[in-house]
Design a binder for this molecule. Structure first.
Ligand SMILES: [Zn+2]
Length: 290
């Protein structure tokens, strides 16, 4: 999927690499860092963008927000072409990658949009990040690590205070049609909502979304408020459907899918992954009802 899109300069030294639907980000400085590694098939695209922007220099770190297939897919590829690159993620991500079944799933979904064969290069975490850590990119440029679980257990968000850039990954959901935001509480509803509220306290000028266009200023702050509103609404929606249809997940998923997933044309999550995630969200709401 080496498409024509060029890297996008967001601030003087912060760039989006690869396609807007599944980007990686680069913060350049004395010790440059990358954020997320999308799909395996996009590895070449991120790599080309890095060389265009950095010439012979290379990023030192690759920070992974979490190890879902579409956030770490190209990490192994990037490590092979840049052997000095240190892959960094949470301790939970490190544990997940030690489970063969989890790696199988990452591999399986990375076959999407190819010839059905799984393409994936495995990798390990070189550096474990904890919430509250700060990594110095340059004398006046820092990346703060924020623990934001709820979408997954291993989820981290990143904040660059000097430029007020927030990379929340899917801790603030995923943009849908219009101003809709998919709520992404796969592991725990309340924990997800708490993470969202924690992120809403940050002073944000640039919101670098994991899937979709980045936004700035008032638009960025409005997006964060909307993410909370849609989360509350989505929980109510699921609650209502559970009351109406009980354990008929087939029915509940089909009602929701028709509203938020089916109308999207073009780039979207593969249906199988969408449905796995939707069932997880229904379970998360069910858990707080009991
Ligand atoms: Zn995810």
């Amino acid at each position: 999927m080496l498409c024509e899109s060029e890297p996008v300069r967001i601030t003087s030294n912060f760039y989006r690499l690869g396609p807007v639907a599944i980007p990686s980000f680069l913060l350049d400085g004395e010790h440059p860092v990358m954020f997320d590694a999308g799909l395996y098939i996009l590895g070449e695209h991120y790599w080309r963008d890095i060389r265009r922007l950095m010439g012979e220099r290379r990023p030192e770190y690759l920070f992974l927000s979490h190890v879902h297939f579409d956030h770490c897919g190209a990490a192994g590829f990037l490590k092979r072409v840049m052997p000095e690159l240190k892959i960094a993620a949470s301790g939970e991500a490190d544990e997940i990658l030690k489970k063969p079944s989890a790696v199988q799933l990452i591999k399986k979904f990375n076959a999407f949009a190819l010839d059905g064969k799984a393409y994936f290069e495995s990798f390990f975490i070189d550096h474990v990040l904890a919430g509250g850590d700060a990594i110095q990119v340059s004398k006046d440029l820092t990346v703060q690590i924020i623990k934001t679980p709820g979408h997954t257990r291993d989820m981290l968000s990143f904040y660059i205070p000097e430029q007020k850039i927030l990379l929340p990954s899917e801790a603030i959901g995923v943009s849908g049609l219009g101003d809709y935001i998919f709520s992404e509480f796969l592991t725990d509803y309340q924990v997800y909502l708490n993470s969202l509220k924690k992120l809403a306290d940050y002073d944000v000028e640039v919101l670098a979304l994991a899937h979709g266009a980045y936004c700035t200023g008032d638009e960025a702050r409005a997006y964060m408020r909307r993410a909370i509103e849609y989360t509350l609404r989505f929980r109510e929606k699921i609650e209502g459907l559970l009351k109406m249809y009980g354990d008929d997940y087939e029915k509940i998923t089909s009602v929701i899918k028709k509203e938020e997933y089916d109308p999207i044309e073009g780039d979207k999550q593969p249906e199988e992954a969408y449905l796995i995630n939707l069932r997880a969200k229904i379970n998360a709401v069910k858990k707080i009802l009991n």
